[in-house]
Design a protein around this ligand. Sequence first.
Ligand code: FES
Length: 370
Amino acid sequence: MPTKDLVTKVWIEPGCIVCDACETTAPTVFEVTDDTCIIRPAALNAEFTKPITQSIIDAAEECPVDVIKFDVAPVEVSEEQAAAMEAAAAAPKPAAVEHAAPATAAAPPAAKAAPTAVPGKTAEPATATAKTAPHAPVSVAGASDPAIAALLRAASSRGGNVMIQKRDESQGMSADAMKRTDPRELPADARQAMLLEAAKKAKDEGMTRRAFMSGAALGIGWVAFGVGTGVAVGPAFGRFMMPNVLEEPDPKVRVGKIQKYLEMQPGEVNEDYKPQGIWIIREEDRIAALSIICTHLGCIPNWLPNDRKFKCPCHGSGYKPNGINFEGPTPRPLERFNVNVEDGIVIVDKSKKYQWELGQWDQPGSFIQT
Ligand code: FES
């Protein structure tokens, strides 16, 4: 059974500049939020990333700040995958992979020396970025084994099966095609998508509402259509069209009566305010508010009551009920928020944080004495 080098793990290091490049290249793997990029939950699974190895490598290469990291490992390919690879190898090769290493390129030593791996396992994973180990798996697979290059090409999110299926199901028409089409002939969701996209672009570019309304972002016909028909354009478009107002959420969160938390047992965790980014924890002599952000790379851990720990689904960091880290790659405990009591109500101020490694967990305001 052939062995191929495929991406088994992908993650984001701090420093994302929210440029959207990775989501454009590999939308099934990366999601760019307002202030960072995250790995979509499905892409935390090696079985998901292996077939889209190429798009992950592309995204890493294109990342201007090199924050996309990935592990590659030699993986045995099933008969079914081999058949798919052969079929893909026989298909015309798109220009999108012309950056793959030439057939004579030497494979990286790590890949050459790696033993045959158990499917789904990482055998001495070679952590890489496109800059430090450019196209490591591609140069090996794409050069010495055209079949795996075909698999990567076929499964690439830039033109392969993943995106073809996705397009069939949900996109139907390219953005360019939509722009060339009379808005009255498009389905309602396509019209809405176009207007939302234009609003986002205009906002990103600092375009004024006046300029937007003149058609600079989308085209005069489109704007006339959107406004003239009163099409429902969703909150993002609506927000763009509204007067500018400051929408900073209040960092102070009222989390209920102190009595509720006094009745908790030491080691107990209250998750009622997790949607607001807060866990309330009970210790022997105090109540504290933990931030739910993993101190490794910013994912959101889960509280596992049976295991008495917080467990991060991204890279496996684990924290005790008091927030102290004890397993996985995270270098430090969860952070704590400022807490105090006003008129019997516990108030968490998320604008003030306390870090254990800085000796701040005993500072006034980092806990409520019980
Ligand atoms: Fe990596 Fe949580 S983000 S372990």
